[in-house]
Structures are given as structure tokens and as C-alpha cells.
Design a protein around this ligand. Structure first.
Ligand SMILES: *[C@@H]1O[C@H](CO)[C@@H](O)[C@H](O)[C@H]1NC(C)=O
Ligand SMILES: *[C@@H]1O[C@H](CO)[C@@H](O)[C@H](O)[C@H]1NC(C)=O
Ligand SMILES: *[C@@H]1O[C@H](CO)[C@@H](O)[C@H](O)[C@H]1NC(C)=O
Ligand SMILES: *[C@@H]1O[C@H](CO)[C@@H](O)[C@H](O)[C@H]1NC(C)=O
Length: 449
């Protein structure tokens, strides 16, 4: 008789409690969105005299201040500098953007064997601006081919930072997606390429985890689709519309709206397979060229301003949305890139990836407003827009309610376990508790009017 009376209380309250708890716990993860940054490649240091000596159209050297102004005017929260230059870093200090510095591949052989070179590099590129500038990460190399040098060089840069008393700048390296991931379709089967995975990436991931660093990878659906995927263009452009869903392996069915999303999920699954599920991921470069001319001098039709605009707009919406794969810890996304390469004519084999023309005028009319507007992702769904202050108050109310419920039910439980008088007394006591709770709730709301 007692056992029968005890049963109804559990199925009723436990799910309610779990429901409220899960909604509270899931709130912070859905609120996080990736920081949108941009890549700026400084023009090569050699003067452009090799282009034929045409002095009628001199390209003025861009002032670092102009670059810094463009970054903050477009609202980017981070800048990636594949070829960092101290003057540019100084100018960017006055924007609020965090910095992603790459150490050029050419320095790797010396860095791997000589830690004082690392110290020297940090002294020139980091120390004068630290901690005023926020350094998001230092990438040792970019798509490095001399893999055996990578880990020693990364360790030396990390130790060089420690030597100089800098403890909060993570060190990592940038990989290119197709270099490291095999079997990316379907994403649940993706894994790191072997033997690189065992020999390099696993020890590297161990280092990254120990030093609280991040996994940096470039994801270029435009290039990857031409070279590898050969999927319909609308998928590369985030126009999947929800109907593209496959990946029935391992009992999970995933729906993808874009190639970018699939590639990101493939990276996430590689990390998961390697045992580093919670590793922070940074998309070090992604974009869409507004024009491209192949080696034969033929323009690539998919590279145009309209497609580039669709891609960038959807990318920003996706990165800010909470529709991303739960668990995938995407921290930053860097758009390739701030400016077109400074070439006077569209030569063979060149692609223009800039958000801005080489004379700093914006190519995409909507770009400035992209960061202010709310872009739901995927585009068909409705965005639930609640301010963070509202969410916080709501959480507080939930916590208070849970506290009241739990406290009263604990009292009931204790009485159920040690009943003074079994039978009807328990039921009436239980009912009294419920009545007390709802009565209390009404009282509070009336009082607040
Ligand atoms: C320089 O450019 C102008 C116009 O762009 C062209 O008319 C002229 O022939 C060029 N001169 C040389 C030396 O290439
Ligand atoms: C600067 O960036 C930080 C971190 O992203 C942010 O909290 C802060 O509000 C920003 N300040 C301004 C003036 O934008
Ligand atoms: C290591 O790097 C430092 C700084 O660049 C340089 O002065 C030194 O000669 C290098 N040592 C060796 C053994 O190359
Ligand atoms: C910038 O360059 C583009 C061509 O590259 C030209 O159409 C545009 O008028 C230029 N803008 C300014 C402000 O010079």
C-alpha cells in the first residue's frame, strides 16, 4: 500500500525537474556564437617593380592605419595575419579586434632547433603590444609540409612565450582541411589521415589540450568542391534548404544545409574519434572568390560577386546561430580575406577573395550591415530573439522555482521514508504541499502588481 502511494510522486516531479534543469544547462551553449574575423595578407615586401615598370599607375603602399580602419569599420572582431608586421600589429591595437598571428613556414627549420629565435620573434611581434592587444592564437606555420619540424617548433614558441612571462597566448598550427581529413562524406566516417594522424596530430592534440590551445583549420568549400566533393553549387553556397540529409551511419541521422557545415562536422568527428571532443576549433580561413581566372585564362563562372555575397552572408548567419552541431566548440571564423591582391589586371591563375577592392572600396553593398542584422540560419527557420538580460532573469526564476519544488519534495520524501502514520496521512500531506506551493506562487504575483 505504501509502495503504491509512493510511486506517483516520482514520475511526476522527476521529468519536470530534469526538464527545467536541462533547459538551464543548455542555455549557455546555445547562446555562444563564433567570433567573425578576417584574414589580411600584407602585400609581399618586394616592391612591384617587376610588373613592367609602368609608373602611370603606381599602387600606393597601404598605410597600416587604413587597414585598421577598414577592420573596425566592417565590424570584424578578430584579424588573422599570415604575414604579421609590427607596424600593422601596432595599428590594429587601436581596434578592438583580437589577433591571430602566423609564423611563416620559412622560419620553421630554424625555430625547431633554436628556441632563442622564437624568443626573438615574440620580442618583435608580441611583446611591445602585450597585453594591450589581445592575441587569440599564434599559429606556427600554415599548411606545413615539413611535418617532422612542426611539433618541435610549436614547443619552442610555447616555451619562448613562457620565458618572456606570457602565459595566456595559445600556440598551434594551421591545417588545410583536405590535407588532414579523409573520408569526409558522410561526416560521421571522417578521420585524420594516416600515418599523419598517429605520428603528428595525436601528439599535437595532446599538447594543445595540455596548453589550453585550439585546433586551427581552413575550410574552403569553393576549392574543396572543385577538387574533391563535386557537389551541387547550391550546397556549397549554403542554399541546401534543409532537404539535404544523409549520413545514416552509426544510427545517427544528420541534416546538413551546406558543405561548410558538413566539413566542420567532419573535423569535429575527427577530433571526437581521436578522443578530443571538446577541443576548441577555429576556422582559420573560409571565403568565396568574386572573380577567378584559371591557368588557361578562362574565367571561372562560379566565382562572382553575387555568389560571394550569398556565401559570406550565410556564413556569418551560420556562425552566429545556435543550429550548429551541439558539442562542436567553434570559437572563431576568419573570412578570406580583407582585400583583393594588389594586381592591376586579372592575370592568369589569380583569384580575388577580398571583401574590399584593392583600393579599399567595399565590394558587397550589404556587408557593412551584415553584422547588425539578425540572419536566421537556416534561412527558412524563425529566430527566437531573446535578449541576454531576459534569459538571465528567466534562468533565475527557474532556479527559484526548482529550489522551492525540490525543498518541499525533499521534505515529503523524508516523511515517506520514515512515515509516522502510513496510509492516508501521506496523501493528504502531499496534497497540502502542492497546495502550499501554488498558493505561494499566486501570492507573490498578486503582490507584485
Ligand atoms: C602603362 O599603363 C598604361 C595604361 O594602363 C598603358 O597605356 C601604357 O602603355 C603602360 N606602359 C607600360 C610601359 O607598360
Ligand atoms: C571589445 O571586445 C571585447 C571582447 O570581445 C568586448 O567584450 C568589448 O565589449 C569590446 N569593446 C568595444 C568597445 O567594442
Ligand atoms: C638562434 O637564434 C638567435 C636569434 O635569432 C641567433 O642569434 C643565434 O645565432 C641562433 N643560434 C643558432 C645556433 O643558430
Ligand atoms: C576601386 O577600384 C575599382 C576597380 O578595381 C573601381 O571600379 C572603383 O571605382 C575604385 N574605387 C575608388 C574609390 O577608387
Amino acid at each position: 500500500m505504501d509502495a503504491l502511494l509512493k510511486l506517483p510522486s516520482r514520475p511526476f516531479f522527476l521529468p519536470l525537474l530534469l526538464l527545467s534543469l536541462s533547459s538551464i544547462l543548455s542555455a549557455p551553449t546555445t547562446a555562444s556564437s563564433a567570433v567573425i574575423g578576417v584574414t589580411y595578407r600584407s602585400p609581399p615586401p618586394s616592391p612591384p617593380s617587376s610588373t613592367g615598370g609602368n609608373s602611370s599607375l603606381p599602387t600606393p603602399p597601404l598605410q597600416p592605419e587604413a587597414i585598421a580602419y577598414a577592420v573596425s569599420a566592417l565590424g570584424f572582431g578578430a584579424v588573422r595575419l599570415p604575414f604579421p608586421d609590427p607596424d600593422l600589429i601596432r595599428a590594429l591595437t587601436f581596434t578592438n579586434a583580437s589577433l591571430f598571428l602566423s609564423i611563416p613556414n620559412s622560419l620553421l627549420p630554424s625555430l625547431a632547433s633554436n628556441r632563442s629565435l622564437g624568443v626573438h620573434w615574440i620580442r618583435v611581434h608580441v611583446l611591445p603590444f602585450y597585453p594591450r592587444s589581445r592575441f587569440a592564437v599564434i599559429s606556427v606555420g600554415d599548411a606545413v609540409s615539413q611535418l617532422e619540424l612542426l611539433l618541435p617548433a610549436i614547443r619552442n614558441v610555447h616555451l619562448a612565450l613562457q620565458d618572456l612571462g606570457i602565459k595566456d597566448i595559445p600556440v598551434s598550427t594551421t591545417f588545410s582541411f583536405l590535407d588532414v581529413v579523409i573520408r569526409p562524406v558522410p561526416p560521421s566516417l571522417a578521420a585524420f589521415r594516416e600515418p599523419m594522424g598517429e605520428q603528428l596530430i595525436h601528439p599535437l592534440l595532446r599538447f594543445l589540450k595540455r596548453t589550453n590551445s585550439k585546433f586551427l583549420v581552413t575550410l574552403q568549400p569553393y576549392t574543396a568542391n572543385q577538387l574533391y566533393f563535386q557537389m551541387p553549387r547550391h550546397l556549397a553556397l549554403f542554399q541546401g534548404g534543409g532537404e539535404l540529409s544523409f549520413d545514416h551511419n552509426y544510427g545517427t541521422e544528420s541534416e546538413y544545409h551546406s558543405l561548410f557545415e558538413m566539413m566542420l562536422d567532419a573535423v569535429y568527428n575527427c577530433l571526437k574519434r581521436a578522443g578530443y571532443e571538446s577541443m576548441a576549433v577555429v576556422v582559420a580561413g573560409t571565403g568565396w572568390p568574386s572573380s577567378a581566372v584559371d591557368e588557361d585564362g578562362i574565367a571561372e563562372s562560379d566565382a562572382n560577386t553575387a555568389y560571394a555575397q550569398v556565401y559570406l552572408k550565410s556564413l556569418i548567419a551560420f556562425s552566429g546561430s545556435d543550429k550548429r552541431r551541439p558539442g562542436c566548440n567553434l570559437e572563431e571564423v576568419y573570412i578570406d580575406e580583407l582585400m583583393d591582391a594588389q594586381s592591376e589586371s586579372k592575370q592568369r591563375g589569380t583569384q580575388q577573395w577580398g571583401v574590399l577592392d584593392s583600393n579599399l572600396s567595399s565590394k558587397y553593398s550589404v556587408f557593412g550591415s551584415l553584422f547588425d542584422s539578425v540572419n536566421p540560419y537556416p534561412p527558412s527557420d524563425e529566430e527566437v530573439g531573446e535578449g541576454p538580460w531576459f534569459a538571465r532573469i528567466w534562468k533565475l526564476i527557474c532556479l527559484v522555482l526548482i529550489y522551492v519544488f525540490v525543498r518541499k519534495q525533499l521534505i515529503v520524501c523524508v516523511r515517506l521514508v520514515v512515515p509516522e502514520r502510513p496510509g492516508r496521512w501521506i496523501v493528504s500531506q502531499f496534497g497540502w504541499n502542492l497546495g502550499w506551493q501554488f498558493g505561494w506562487g499566486r501570492l507573490q504575483f498578486d503582490g507584485g502588481q
